[in-house]
Design a protein around this ligand. Structure first.
Ligand code: SAH
Ligand code: SF4
Length: 392
């Protein structure tokens, strides 16, 4: 029997987080509260340019306005539980949210700037069989403010170091399926993209999806010039359904049709992510099938071959051997498909999506189990463990 953790008790119940308000909504709030509209820009300067941590630091706002803000909004609580730094400069943060749930955020130094990978949900219901994030069912969606807060926390950490470094790129590739939290995702994107605040260029932002076809089509119409990446990982339905159960709901032909619609509407390039799993999806025949699949959109397709980061719980998978990666890549190149083998980040600190969180949860579970085993009869123990580690 498979039981899901009920989401209700985990719903965010605090005041709205100030980072979660798009500029126009904030202006409306000021007007509704008998304040001048231009105060919205002053507030955003404090939030995103001077980057203060409390309303009382906003010295050009009146005392009464500060009080109003304090009673209406919260600054987010992201309690930094673990921070790790890899030899390659990748930094990984494990945060505890105000309700005690854990998420993670990764900062990666690239040739072109500093890129941050943000989380959109606590857990993930898609449950891909290679991924650490999908091991635990989604406990709740993050609010737009909590997603922005991840960037702000990391940016403030950089500010403290005093090297004038700026988070310049954002990839929505952390824990969760962003299109399963669509409204908060769009809100988040519009907030970080706004030139009145963080002003992160749309072309510097990439959203990755496991392939929720209707949302891919909707995304084409959102008006932002944000990049899209599709986690394809296999060119045939048999293999894809085995490793990504979402493929049973939206099989390859349906997802690719949605991608075609997206390309027709936006004329933007799409990245196809492809994790190389040894002897699962990495044969020369599968490379040829991939070429066929992308044949009609060669000029706007880009394949990212990703080295698999081994996840303890998914021992059935190994990363592809170098020879198999090279052979696969060669087929793509010979057929003039744009492709590269993705540089790996933070291998020494478990930087793949959800890995740090799942190992932290396992650690906490081991601790809890030890306590339970010394204090409860055996039949109760199994129930408790089952609830803590329920999967879908
Ligand atoms: N849910 C979205 C975005 C988050 S996952 C999606 O699936 O696209 C971001 C990327 O990390 C996806 O391409 C996913 O397949 C990949 N990924 C997940 N686990 C991985 C692992 N163990 N090693 C390498 N890449 C992984
Ligand atoms: Fe969810 Fe993406 Fe992980 Fe699949 S790969 S379980 S969609 S986070």
């Amino acid at each position: 029997m498979v039981r899901k953790i009920t989401t209700k008790k985990y719903e965010y119940e605090g005041k709205p987080i100030i980072y979660g308000l798009p500029f126009e909504e904030l202006e409306e709030w000021f007007i509704a509260n008998d304040e001048k509209k231009f105060r919205a820009q002053q507030l955003w300067d404090w939030l995103y340019r001077k980057r203060v941590n409390q309303f009382s630091d906003m010295s050009n706002l009146s005392k009464s306005l500060i009080e109003k803000l304090e009673t209406t909004f919260d600054f987010p609580i992201l309690n930094e539980k673990v921070k790790q730094q890899s030899v390659d400069g990748t930094r990984k943060f494990l945060f505890e949210l105000s309700d005690g749930l854990l998420i993670e955020t990764v900062l990666m130094p690239q040739d072109y700037g500093l890129s941050i990978c943000v989380t959109t949900q606590v857990g993930c219901n898609i449950g891909c069989t290679f991924c650490a994030s999908g091991i635990i069912a989604k406990q709740r969606d993050l609010t737009a403010g909590e997603i922005v807060a991840q960037i702000m926390h990391v940016q403030k950490t950089l500010d403290h170091l005093g090297n004038q470094e700026r988070v310049s790129h954002v990839v929505v590739m952390g824990i969760g399926e962003p299109f399963d939290n669509y409204d908060n995702l769009i809100k988040f994107l519009s907030i970080i993209n706004s030139d009145k605040g963080l002003a992160i260029g749309a072309r510097h932002i990439t959203v990755s999806t496991s392939g929720l076809a209707p949302k891919i089509i909707e995304f084409a119409d959102n008006g932002l010039q944000v990049n899209l990446a599709l986690s394809l990982h296999a060119p045939d339905n048999d293999t894809r359904s085995k490793i990504m159960k979402i493929n049973r709901r939206f099989p390859i032909e349906v997802v690719m049709e949605a991608i075609d619609t997206y390309i027709k509407k936006t004329n933007r390039r799409v990245t196809f992510e492809y994790i190389m799993l040894n002897e699962v999806n990495d044969s020369v025949e599968q490379a040829q099938q991939l070429v066929k699949l992308l044949e009609n959109k060669k000029h706007l397709a880009y394949v990212n071959l990703i080295p698999y980061n081994k996840v303890q719980e998914h021992h059935q998978y190994e990363r592809s051997t170098k020879e198999r990666v090279v052979a696969f890549y060669d087929v793509l190149k010979k057929n003039r498909i744009n492709a590269n083998v993705r540089k790996e980040f933070g291998h020494d600190i478990q930087a793949a999506c959800g890995q740090l969180r799942s190992s932290q949860l396992a650690k906490e579970k081991r601790k809890r189990d030890a306590i339970i085993q010394t204090s409860q009869p055996r039949d109760q123990v199994s129930v408790t463990i089952f609830e803590q580690s329920s999967i879908h």
